[in-house]
Design a protein around this ligand. Structure first.
Ligand code: GLN
Length: 546
């Protein structure tokens, strides 16, 4: 039987419930327990696939093709496990299931209501991952903040589960904020007290309080919080601001969060935490030896969450190279032929990001040309690869009007075209080419050197693809396809063998990089950027000597 931990948030959003849930899971995993995390989101979209990145940050895609909340990325990166469709549930999904059942006649004669029908469906899904004896512990993060109208059915479902399950099988953790008032030079506990009251009014009492704070909590303050919030003093956990999210598991270990959880869940069969690899990684992140500047060319740069997995992959790859990757955000709409030289000067590598729609694509194409011609390490992901193909078609093959039919449906040279089976699809939600697909890598290519094998599998999220009617022309002129889907023949990787490092991939390698398994495409790209930087320095010193 699996045991359940529910993580809720109070006072304000953005306290980092996902990081706390992942850190707790990491500690329990490091003690030999089998753990997974799921997220329940209160919004009505069936999944975040149809949301603009400005609304909700990056859309994370799982192996089985679910479009999910970006917190699932943290779960996978921390735990080095795969999540699935079942790990992200929204209010939309719950209602869709209940309404479909109503139409089928499952509730014939009955009034369908939030309690019990919606809450029953929430509870069914909360327990789903625990049913197959695959996990000892299921952590469930509840999106939103205690007190939101939208999250009430989820809180009610937790209340019912706390009542239905044996006491030692279910605990509730509340993450709150202890604000510091500069003028009074004081940490304030009232908002936390009120959050606990709000949650208690809904019948749920937290077993553990995790207090986000800019300053350490004194023992007196912990006592006060414990007394007013009716939790044990040892269960008041301080979560002081950390320099990197990867430090949070270590901070939680120091606070004994894992031991308190194990005690409350009455689990005695565990070992000392094995965090050796994690600590080595953390040291490397905190004390890099070298530095590279990588330009991230995208259009959702106002919001860092839009490229979360790419930024985290650079942290993993940087640590592997003992190197700090300074990511320099460059808005694709601001790049033009006139300013490209000065805008991209000083970079050691260029990553052209994934994206949708025509806004900003011309800037991306100008940036790719600069990287190709200046022999600057280039890495294109999804739309980034498509832009590299268009740039090559226009400036090397002389097909001046080359484009993607996404940007210009009537282009005479559709080097990027919609996939055949996509042309029949009219519904937008969940209908892209999604999830893991196999790819065969050509021996002797850069991709082969990077992966060290011919058979790989990567995750996808797109509707357009390289139009292989143009492949011969491309290959004759020097841009070759080095990764092909074995079933459909779709081009998945393109590279320029004459260039020191130029690779575009139709898939999303950033979705598979974890602390324990940094993605080789990122690791090698950072290494190529380091070499480029070194060569630049050598050239500079030679010029000085001359
Ligand atoms: N818009 C492009 C497509 O759908 C690229 C998608 C992406 O970058 N994820 O094919």
């Amino acid at each position: 039987m699996a045991k359940y931990i529910f993580v809720t948030g109070g006072v304000t959003s953005s306290l980092g419930k996902g990081i706390i849930a992942s850190s707790l899971a990491k500690l329990l995993q490091s003690r030999g327990l089998r753990v997974t995390i799921q997220k329940f989101d209160p919004y009505i979209n069936v999944d975040p696939g149809t949301l603009n990145p400005y609304e909700h940050g990056e859309c994370y895609v799982t192996e089985d093709g679910a479009e999910t909340d970006l917190d699932l990325g943290h779960y996978e990166r921390f735990l080095n496990i795969h999540t699935s469709q079942a790990n992200n549930v929204t209010t939309g999904k719950i209602y869709q299931t209940v309404i479909n059942r109503e139409r089928e006649g499952d509730y014939l004669g009955k009034t369908v209501q939030v309690v019990p029908h919606i809450t029953d469906e929430i509870k069914r899904r909360m327990k789903l991952l625990g049913e197959k004896n695959q996990y000892d512990i299921i952590i469930t993060e509840i999106g939103g903040t205690v007190g939101d109208i939208e999250s009430l059915p989820f809180v009610e479902a937790v209340r019912q589960l706390q009542w239905e399950l044996p006491e030692e099988d279910c605990i509730v953790v509340l993450l709150t904020l202890i604000p510091y008032l500069k003028a009074a030079k004081e940490l304030k506990t009232k908002p936390t007290q009120q959050s606990v009251k709000l949650l208690s009014a809904n019948g749920v009492h937290p077993d553990i309080l995790i207090c986000r704070t800019e300053h350490p909590l004194t023992q007196d303050l912990r006592k006060k919080i414990a007394l007013f919030c009716n939790v044990k003093e040892e269960a008041v956990i301080e979560s002081v601001d950390a320099s990197t999210i990867y430090e949070v598991p270590i901070l939680m270990l120091r606070e004994n969060l894992d031991l308190i959880v194990l005690k409350k869940l009455n689990i005695h069969d565990y070992k000392e935490p094995d965090l050796v690899k994690w600590k080595v990684f953390l040291e490397k992140v905190k004390h890099p030896v070298r530095k590279v500047n990588i330009g991230l060319i995208g259009k959702y740069l106002e919001l860092q969450d839009a490229y979360k997995s790419i930024l985290e992959s650079f942290i993993h790859a940087g640590a592997m190279n003992d190197c700090k990757v300074q990511v320099i955000n460059i808005h694709s709409e601001n790049i033009s032929e006139e300013n490209v030289n000065e805008t991209l000067a000083g970079l050691d590598g260029l990553l052209v990001a994934p994206g949708f729609g025509y806004r900003g694509v011309e800037g991306k194409i100008v940036a790719v040309r600069y990287a190709r011609e200046h022999r600057l390490p280039f890495f294109g992901i999804c739309l980034g690869m498509q832009m590299a193909a268009i740039e090559f078609a226009r400036n090397v093959l002389g097909l001046k009007d080359a484009n993607s039919t996404e940007m210009d449906p009537n282009t005479p040279e559709p080097v990027i075209d919609m996939m055949e089976d996509q042309k029949r699809i009219t519904m937008k939600g969940g209908t892209m080419r999604l999830g893991a697909y196999p790819c065969v890598v050509k021996e002797g290519s850069l991709a082969y050197r990077i992966y060290g094998k011919t058979e790989i599998s990567e995750r996808h999220r797109h509707r357009w693809e390289f139009n292989d009617k143009y492949l011969d022309k491309f290959e004759q002129a020097g841009m070759i396809a080095t990764g092909i889907n074995p079933e459909t023949g779709l081009v998945e990787i393109m590279e320029l063998p004459g260039h020191p490092y130029f690779i575009g991939v139709q898939f999303h390698p950033e979705l598979k990089s974890t602390v324990e398994n940094p993605h080789p495409l990122f690791v090698n790209f950072v290494h190529a950027a380091e070499l480029y930087r070194e060569q630049g320095k050598k050239k500079e010193s030679l010029q000085n000597v001359n």
